[in-house]
Design a protein around this ligand. Structure first.
Ligand code: ADP
Ligand code: MG
Length: 238
């Protein structure tokens, strides 16, 4: 079970406020997609949820427990970055084991979890390779696998497809949709691509300039956009 609640979330970098009060509820097992133009605050919000940056104002709860001051490794939340962020000197196995060990899991448990993630993501043949010996799609699968071994209740993905070419994009996109169904957790996915949002989401959150413009199903946003911004953004796939 993973229910997230964001109340009046603000983020300031020095004197500049970039999130102006985000209110949002996310239900268990939902696949929620954040969309919005570059610079609107999507990655910042994800980093606050993951605990990688402190919240300036407001409250974030996970299953009714206040998370504001809980360290990242204790939140039950794992994040996958656009740039993969793999450790270059470690092989695939070590990359996947690293976060699991930080959680304090013993060796057999780490091994079992890596075996399961490798099976799900078809990484078995690649476990001894270094990141530089992998294609972009393989690297992104490793980054997803590394998050998976932590068995997070909440999966955060920040533009996971943007460094992949078109063919790989649809392959990894399907992979992510399947994982969400198989794991039964809650997925929060960021993209600036309307088509990705419309095909993946149970619920879309449209952001602009540090605020939420509208929340709704793909169909609701398409048929009854709240304002011109939403209508233009959702209605104009690149
Ligand atoms: P998005 O992911 O939607 O493209 P970001 O969350 O990366 O947007 O950025 C939102 C705003 O916050 C931008 O104006 C960006 O310049 C600013 N910002 C992000 N991170 C920092 C930081 N560490 N220091 C200062 N400003 C930042
Ligand atoms: Mg971003």
């Amino acid at each position: 079970m993973a229910r997230l609640s964001l109340r009046g979330i603000k983020k300031r970098f020095k004197a500049t406020e970039v999130l102006h009060g985000i209110d949002l509820d996310i239900g268990d097992r939902e696949f929620v997609v954040f969309v919005g133009p570059s610079g609107c605050g999507k990655s910042t919000l994800l980093r606050l949820i993951a605990g990688l940056d402190p919240i300036s104002d407001g409250e974030f709860t996970l299953n009714e427990k206040r998370m504001n001051d809980v360290p990242p490794s204790k939140r039950g939340i794992a994040m996958v970055f656009q740039s993969y962020a793999l450790y270059p000197h470690m092989d695939v196995y070590e990359n996947m084991a690293f976060g699991a060990r930080l959680m304090g899991l013993d060796k057999p448990e780490v091994e079992a979890r890596i075996a399961e993630a490798a099976r799900m993501l078809r990484l078995n043949e690649l476990l001894q390779r270094k990141p530089r010996e992998l294609s972009g799609g393989q690297r992104q699968r490793v980054a997803i696998g590394r998050a998976l071994v932590r068995k997070p209740e909440v999966f955060l993905l920040d533009e996971p497809l943007s460094n992949l070419d078109a063919a790989l994009r649809s392959e990894v996109r399907l992979e992510i949709a399947k994982l969400h169904r198989d794991i039964g957790g809650t997925t929060i996915y960021v993209t600036h691509d309307q088509v990705e949002a419309m095909t993946l989401a149970d619920k879309i959150v449209v952001m602009n300039l540090g605020r939420i413009e509208q929340v709704g199903s793909p169909r609701e946003l398409f048929e009854t956009p709240a304002n011109t911004f939403v209508a233009t953004f959702i209605g104009s796939p690149k």
